[in-house]
Design a protein around this ligand. Structure first.
Ligand SMILES: Nc1nc2c(ncn2[C@@H]2O[C@H](COP(=O)(O)OP(=O)(O)OP(=O)(O)O)[C@@H](O)[C@H]2O)c(=O)[nH]1
Ligand SMILES: C=C(OP(=O)(O)O)C(=O)O
Length: 207
């Protein structure tokens, strides 16, 4: 298919993930891990359901994450020795050995496959990215076919991706731009329509 990509999705070990979201589950570590896992599973489920996505691989050293991803038919690659998000993404992109790779953040629990599809099509064959709703972070980075991913995630990543030559994609795509770092973000994602697993992890919100 035209514009097909293989996506790398980074997922921290659940006991370290999503620390800014602790308040949403009342500080209970079991509920917090369940929520962090649900965010990633809903994101990956939407990615798998996107026609232009040929394959999804998660980068994680958490066996619970890897087991749940395997149940979705998604392979996981352990993190490399070099720490950090960008090192994990570079490692995953090399492991894929794909014609075209991309990186998708794992905290997009309202993601709709139509929006991801539209962004991949809008990129054409360019290295391109989608900024988060605040315009400062990045939710999706697509390499040009045959080229390195060259990920520059972290604080101010939208500016870093732009200044490294990636084209900012300007579609509305509210669910693709709604990354969830805080309880306020989670409320916005709730308004857009949470994936089933995240909704189940937040019973108090949905009853
Ligand atoms: N594999 C891997 N994934 C990472 C790493 N750092 C961040 N991520 C993932 O990258 C995505 C974006 O990271 P953040 O939004 O900062 O998420 P987070 O670090 O879990 O959240 P906070 O603890 O609140 O900063 C999330 O899907 C994380 O799971 C890392 O070192 N390795
Ligand atoms: C790492 C990033 O995510 P966040 O801003 O959600 O921490 C990023 O946008 O590059």
């Amino acid at each position: 298919m035209r514009h097909e990509v293989d996506l790398v999705v980074p997922v921290k070990t659940l006991d370290r993930a999503k620390t800014r979201l602790t308040s949403a589950t009342g500080g209970d570590p079991v509920s917090h891990a369940a929520l962090a896992l649900a965010l990633a599973l809903d994101t990956v489920s939407a990615a798998v359901a996107t026609p232009a996505v040929r394959r999804v691989v998660t980068i994680t050293s958490d066996p619970a994450v890897a087991a749940e991803m395997a149940a979705l038919g998604v392979e996981s690659v352990p993190e490399p020795a070099e720490p950090g998000l960008n090192a994990a993404l570079r490692h995953g992109a090399h492991a894929l050995r794909s014609t075209r790779v991309g990186a998708l953040q794992a905290d997009l629990p309202a993601l709709k496959p139509d929006e991801l599809q539209a962004a991949i099509e809008a990129a054409g064959y360019r290295r391109a990215f989608v900024a988060d709703r605040q315009g400062t972070g990045t939710t999706l980075l697509l390499a040009a076919p045959g080229a390195e991913l060259d990920p520059r995630f972290g604080v101010g990543s939208a500016g870093h991706h732009r200044s490294s030559g990636a084209v900012p994609l300007s579609g509305q795509w509210p669910t693709l731009r709604c990354d969830v770092d805080t309880e306020a973000d989670l409320r916005l994602a709730f308004g857009l329509g949470l994936g089933a697993r995240t909704a189940n992890a937040l019973p108090a919100w949905t009853t």
